[in-house]
Design a protein around this ligand. Structure first.
Ligand code: SF4
Length: 76
């Protein structure tokens, strides 16, 4: 399983994650922060769990590109 976590409150809205993984991330017009799609939220951490390993590379690229290091990608 691919597990992607976003610590959303610290997002500075640079849009890199959206460019790297447009099927997983979308920029919010409301607050200018990114939204990780299909997540559950707990204490400000948004977590996506997926069995689709095709998303792994894009999500890892988003994680590497994020200038404030708030995207983590794990395999479980
Ligand atoms: S790359 Fe990081 S700071 Fe930039 S929009 Fe995505 S989560 Fe926010």
């Amino acid at each position: 399983m691919v597990i992607v976590t976003l610590q959303r409150q610290k997002c500075i809205g640079c849009n890199y994650c959206v460019e790297m993984a447009p099927h997983q991330f979308q920029m919010s017009k409301k607050d200018g922060k990114t939204v990780l799609l299909n997540t559950t939220e707990k204490k400000g951490f948004y977590t996506l769990k997926s069995n689709d390993y095709a998303i792994l590379e894009a999500c890892e690229n988003a994680s590497k590109a994020c200038p404030v290091n708030i995207i983590s990608v794990k395999i479980n």
